[in-house]
Design a protein around this ligand. Structure first.
Ligand SMILES: [Zn+2]
Ligand SMILES: [Zn+2]
Length: 307
């Protein structure tokens, strides 16, 4: 939906938008009114935060009601809606991952949306998915903070505590750095973008924190959707490495804030958590590299969907 530019456009333009989900008509909402409320420092920052903040206005009521949010955490480790024995048998902390949380369950509707975003290149879905993740973050992060006490140790700056008190926001931690599951060079050429990177960028812009490409993917073992958990882990062994330059930057930044002794909170973003093999492999590579650089960190992952 584009905002009308002047009186002629506002009279001649149809007073409805098109739903990104079903392409049905939805009531038109002035983009300018929304933008005023959002503020922002630069044009690009404003347009990114605008598209994420107004994500629900790009969906009709029917598509909004089809979103399968995870309402209750059944597994405190991977954030699945039901209890899962997999995390009990293969704990995430072994790979250095504190917990995973996902905004939605991977229903047929959600699968179709991801397919259009990831495989058909409909990048308009990035803002919709990032919007959903943003919308659910505080609720989901609070469940990690309750479960893992060390998350809440990081002291928040005074202005942030004041802001949360004023707006009655829950006192959940926000990441110090957002990173993402990397894509291979071949897939980047094929798709033209990395879905996980798009989501990470939009979240980081909204939270006003840095997004860093901490990981790289060495080889492409092809699609793993047909493999089981152990098959995927075998295929992924040694696939992810840390990006040396990005780690050096992170290290330099950490050394600048030597007064802050609390561990750094790193959020690893991906589109879907299926067996968790990719996230585990990434967290393992990240944990090993951070240890070598002497950086103390808590790593959590946040995916749009949990299969
Ligand atoms: Zn719709
Ligand atoms: Zn689990």
């Amino acid at each position: 939906m584009n905002a009308p530019k002047g009186w002629y456009e506002s009279v001649s333009m149809p007073r409805f938008g098109i739903c990104i989900g079903c392409e049905g008509k939805i009531p038109y909402v002035s983009a300018r009114n929304t933008e005023k409320k959002l503020g922002g420092r630069s044009r690009s920052h404003r347009s990114s935060t605008y598209s994420v903040a107004s994500w629900s206005r790009q969906l009709c009521a029917s598509c909004q009601s089809s979103i399968s949010y995870i309402e209750q955490i059944g597994c405190p480790h991977c954030g699945r809606a039901v209890r899962c024995t997999d995390c009990e048998r293969h704990p995430l902390f072994v790979h250095g991952l504190t917990a995973n949380r996902s905004a939605v369950a991977y229903s047929e509707e959600m699968k179709a949306w991801l397919h259009r975003f990831k495989f058909q290149g409909d990048v308009g879905y990035a803002a919709i998915m990032a919007g959903m993740m943003l919308h659910r973050y505080e609720l989901l992060a609070a469940t990690i903070a309750n479960f893992h006490q060390q998350i809440s140790i990081a002291p928040l700056p005074l202005y942030e505590r004041l802001r949360r008190w004023l707006y009655q926001l829950p006192s959940v931690p926000y990441p110090d750095v957002v990173t993402f599951v990397p894509s291979t060079a071949e897939r980047l050429v094929d798709r033209g973008f990395n879905p996980a990177e798009r989501l990470a960028e939009l979240l980081a812009i909204s939270w006003d924190c840095p997004v860093m490409p901490l990981l790289t993917r060495m080889t492409d073992q092809g699609r793993q959707s047909h493999l089981g958990r152990s098959g995927r882990e075998l295929a992924l062994a040694g696939t992810y490495r840390c990006h040396t330059e990005a780690l050096q930057m992170l290290c330099a930044n950490t050394n600048k804030n030597t007064s802050n002794k609390s561990p750094m909170y790193i959020l690893l973003v991906d589109d879907v958590y299926t067996t968790g093999s990719t996230i585990r492999a990434c967290a393992g590579a990240l944990t090993g590299a951070l240890r070598n650089y002497g950086i103390s960190a808590i790593i959590c992952s946040y995916t749009w969907a949990r299969a």
